[in-house]
Design a protein around this ligand. Structure first.
Ligand code: DQA
Length: 144
């Protein structure tokens, strides 16, 4: 059975009410529920984890090295643009991952154009809203 981990970084717990013109009105719960259903339909499982703390996300990635996780989807939020430590954790885990952003970070402020994670990601989806997570899930399930 395929086991995927979905990680959501800082402030993504506020989805639905946070800057809806940028991030839409879908809540994080909606996203996680739809991913879980999509995975079950394909005989796979998805575990979701959100934290506003960089260290908690890093600890969860470390755990993924030993808990049967085969691939990850991560929206690192603002840590995308700042966190060498998150990148190092993903490199250490050596699991394939797709970086997802709800908004198109390249059409936004210049400081959002750089990602510490993208160079080691399998792929990056940016700007497709909640649909980006579903596409990432389908891709990883086709691949693993
Ligand atoms: C985001 C884009 C980031 O720049 C921002 O800090 C977020 C959300 C997105 O999903 O579009 O928190 O990752």
């Amino acid at each position: 059975m395929s086991n995927l981990l979905v990680l959501h970084g800082p402030n993504l717990n506020l989805l639905g009410t946070r800057e809806p013109e940028l991030y839409g009105t879908t809540t994080l719960e909606d996203i996680d529920r739809s991913l879980a259903a999509r995975a079950v339909a394909r005989g796979a499982t998805v575990t979701s984890f959100q934290s506003n703390w960089e260290g908690a996300l890093i600890d969860r990635i470390h755990a993924a090295r030993q808990d049967g996780t085969q691939a990850l989807i991560i929206n690192p939020g603002g840590l995308t643009h700042t966190s060498i430590s998150l990148r190092d954790a993903l490199a250490a885990a050596a699991l394939p991952f797709i970086e997802v952003h709800l908004s198109n970070v390249f059409s936004r402020e210049p400081f959002r154009h750089h990602s510490y994670l993208s160079p080691i990601a399998l792929g990056v989806i940016s700007g497709l809203g909640a649909r980006g997570y579903e596409l990432a899930l389908d891709y990883l399930l086709d691949r693993i």
